[in-house]
Design a protein around this ligand. Structure first.
Ligand SMILES: Cc1cc2nc3c(=O)[nH]c(=O)nc-3n(C[C@H](O)[C@H](O)[C@H](O)COP(=O)(O)OP(=O)(O)OC[C@H]3O[C@@H](n4cnc5c(N)ncnc54)[C@H](O)[C@@H]3O)c2cc1C
Length: 387
């Protein structure tokens, strides 16, 4: 009699957001039978990963990161280009990856925000120009000519990057299917004490990976949601090529360039599971910030307002937990893109998941990297940088 469990997936993944898609792809590449289950419908994505700005910004996030995440962020920063190249090789399509660093600015009245940031960097021992460049108004203008003239100082964080996350998610899901993996949408997964049910029916797998983000609350009461609101604008005549963060005593807002003259502006951070539409207050704050960055953006068209919920844990860092059916990975909070590749590396090194990640790719000789960056800096700024 045939064994009904013989064809069960080697890996079943709950949640097709950032972690679920990346894990499904890395496992399918290795030839494993992978089934993914996503609660949302295929054409109405619900993942925080879809709403995110997708900055990979270890330096800018350092003051608000749990200790240790900075190093993980730098590892991820090195793994992303390699993974995107592999994904492109497989699917024939590229995920745009912005590699020109990011800028931090503040209005003259809020200079203390920049001073606080500089002190934080100093305490963390970050002084190399390849990591942190103080820039004056003229240099800001050289880097981003469209920025309003009233920013007289700021920082350039040359190694930060950002990626086109919606394209990434589409390509990951396509790649999983090309490799024989199955993705089922409208499929709600619930973890019991022993079994796992999908839409009320038990589903067996050799190992389950729980990547449900905020949905993981069903089996882990420590998981909580932190609401984030963003706004998309279209401004084909305005060219801002790198993420710009506006530091302000009450909020920190950013503008991140996306493809086709579009920008995402965000993001609020509100302790709540509320997924209702963007509030008037948040929209006003974001819109004032965008106007302050460049008056030319006043003519931009608002094309989307959206909100979502980041998955947080009390430690404010990712946690990998053994569960009876496999592993639960959660707590990427506001740093999913910053941390996911490094978290997958931990899953490989500490939990023996066969993900085919070369640790060497995440520890490229930093000196070589800095040297290459220094050369780029010279080309980027036509004048001497302040000491
Ligand atoms: C506004 C905003 C801006 C952000 N900007 C950045 C940024 O610039 N840089 C950065 O690094 N990070 C950013 N993030 C954070 C990042 O998006 C998250 O850390 C990341 O998406 C978490 O990944 P995840 O896979 O754990 O969860 P998610 O991406 O949320 O995926 C979880 C998936 O599980 C599904 N699911 C839930 N319950 C169930 C269930 N019962 N059954 C089946 N499926 C289920 C969900 O529908 C979802 O698709 C941002 C987040 C937000 C909201």
């Amino acid at each position: 009699m045939p064994d009904p469990l013989q064809n069960r997936p080697q890996f079943a993944i709950a949640g097709v957001g950032l972690l679920g898609s990346l894990l499904g792809w890395r496992l399918a590449r290795q030839g494993y039978r992978v089934n993914l289950f996503e609660q949302a419908s295929e054409h109405t994505p619900a993942a925080a990963a879809y709403t995110a700005a997708a900055m990979i910004a270890p330096w800018a996030e350092l003051p608000v990161c749990a200790p240790g995440l900075f190093e993980l962020g730098k590892q991820s920063r090195l793994l992303w280009p390699q993974w995107l190249a592999e994904l492109q090789q497989q699917t024939g399509e590229a995920v745009p990856f912005g590699n020109r660093g990011s800028l931090l600015v503040a209005h003259p009245a809020d200079q203390s925000e920049l001073t606080d940031f500089a002190q934080h960097m100093q305490r963390a021992g970050i002084s190399s120009p390849a990591q942190l460049q103080p820039v004056n108004g003229e240099q800001l203008h050289q880097l981003e000519p469209e920025l309003a003239g009233h920013f007289q100082s700021g920082f350039w964080l040359p190694q930060e990057s950002h990626l086109e996350n919606r394209q990434l998610l589409v390509l990951l899901q396509r790649a999983i299917r090309q490799l024989g993996g199955q993705i089922q949408y409208d499929a709600e997964v619930r973890f019991g004490d022993v079994d796992v049910q999908v839409n009320g029916q038990p589903v067996a797998a050799e190992q389950w990976l729980d990547c449900r983000g905020v949905g993981g609350k069903q089996s882990n009461s420590q998981v909580r949601g932190v609401r984030g609101e963003v706004l998309w604008i279209e401004a084909p005549d305005v060219v801002i090529s790198r993420p710009v963060r506006l530091l302000h005593p009450r909020y920190h807002l950013y503008l991140v360039p996306k493809s086709a003259g579009r920008y995402i502006l965000g993001a609020t951070e509100i302790e709540s599971d509320d997924r209702s539409p963007v509030s008037v207050r948040s929209a006003l704050e974001m819109l004032s910030a965008v106007y302050a960055l460049s008056p030319k953006l006043a003519e931009a068209r608002i094309i989307e307002l959206s909100s979502n919920v980041r998955p947080g844990l009390p430690s404010h860092q990712p946690e990998i937990r053994q569960i009876p059916q496999g592993l639960a990975i959660n707590g990427l909070f506001r740093h999913g893109y910053l941390l996911a590749p490094a978290v997958l590396l931990q899953l490989q090194q500490q939990w023996q998941l066969p993900l085919d990640i070369s640790p060497a790719d995440a520890s490229v000789d930093a000196v070589l990297l800095q040297h290459a960056l220094q050369q780029e800096l010279q080309q980027e700024l036509q004048q001497e940088l302040p000491a």
